[in-house]
Design a protein around this ligand. Structure first.
Ligand code: AMP
Length: 281
């Protein structure tokens, strides 16, 4: 695996890979890798001739009171995992390489960036779309792999790719869960034993909404009400949002008549976790 810390190195490595073979797949990450990330790598391996992974804890997508400084970093361990998966290129730049200072240009997907997580985390998606645009320009992948776990991020990125004509196929990969159902996340490492138990309420609330849906309920507010009752029984977890939306526009739906995203975010202690399911009538 070639580890690149600079933009010219990474650009050259990706160009080489694409010259020899054909399709380069990119998996953007913030590191602290787990099976969720590795599932993206495996999907990229299966669908592409060469795979590049980026590890970059992107400061511009963190708010001033968020966990940027304590975000888990385990670079050597991540490298070993990626080596084992047969990744060809790892782009892991220092912050100054990506943001040397004085930047005044941003990529913003208007509207969509203020929905779901964008509403709770102002500026978050502007940071995400800016870094993903930079990675697409630097590495020039044919395909990029993202987790369905970050469903709002996926909608925002798809829209950016469409509006800005990036020649990149966006591939969504299913949510990978722990055996008890908790969606894998680098932030799960913040949870103590009690919090780890309480965190299951996200998954339980989604399952409850899904059961109501399966018994025929199609009115979104009724499903939301049912899910909020599940949260009421776990008072130490603070619900941020529980929403039922169109997966592309992220607008609320009243009645579920087509593929619909049910998304939840909640604070377990100071740790913000997200999860979602897709309902298909
Ligand atoms: P992150 O390192 O948290 O920025 O995540 C990098 C990529 O991995 C994003 O596309 C995430 O959606 C994806 N990802 C994170 N957790 C999971 C998971 N549990 N299952 C599937 N994909 C995931």
């Amino acid at each position: 695996m070639k580890i690149c810390a600079t933009i010219p190195e990474a650009r050259a490595a990706c160009r080489d890979a694409r010259a020899n073979r054909k399709r380069l797949g990119l998996v953007p990450t913030m590191g602290a890798l787990h099976e969720g990330h590795l599932s993206l790598v495996r999907a990229a391996k299966a669908q592409c001739d060469a795979v590049a992974v980026s590890i970059f804890v992107n400061p511009t997508q963190f708010g001033p009171t968020e966990d940027l400084s304590k975000y888990p970093r385990q670079f050597d361990h991540d490298c070993r995992l990626l080596e084992k998966e047969g990744v060809e290129i790892l782009f892991a730049p220092p912050v100054e390489e990506i943001y040397p200072g004085g930047e005044v240009t941003w990529v913003l997907v208007e509207g969509l960036s203020e929905k779901l997580d964008g509403r709770s985390r102002p500026g978050h998606f502007r940071g995400v779309t800016t870094i993903v645009s930079k990675l697409f320009h630097i590495l020039e992948p044919e395909a990029a792999f993202f987790g369905q776990k970050d469903a709002a991020q996926l909608a925002v990125i798809r829209r950016m790719v469409q509006d800005l004509n990036f020649p990149v196929e966006i591939v969504a990969c299913p949510i990978v869960r722990e055996p008890d159902g908790l969606a894998m996340s680098s932030r799960n490492a913040y949870l103590n034993r009690e919090e780890r138990g309480r965190a299951l309420v996200l998954q339980r609330s989604l399952q409850h909404a899904q059961q109501e849906f399966q018994t025929g309920e199609r009115i979104a507010v009724k499903l939301i009400y049912a899910a909020k009752e599940v949260f009421a029984r776990e008072p130490k977890v603070a619900l941020d949002y529980f929403e039922i939306v169109d997966p592309d526009t992220l607008d609320s739906v009243e009645r579920i008549s087509q593929k619909t995203l049910v998304a939840v975010a909640a604070y377990v202690g100071s740790t913000r976790l997200i999860d979602n399911i897709v309902l298909n009538p």
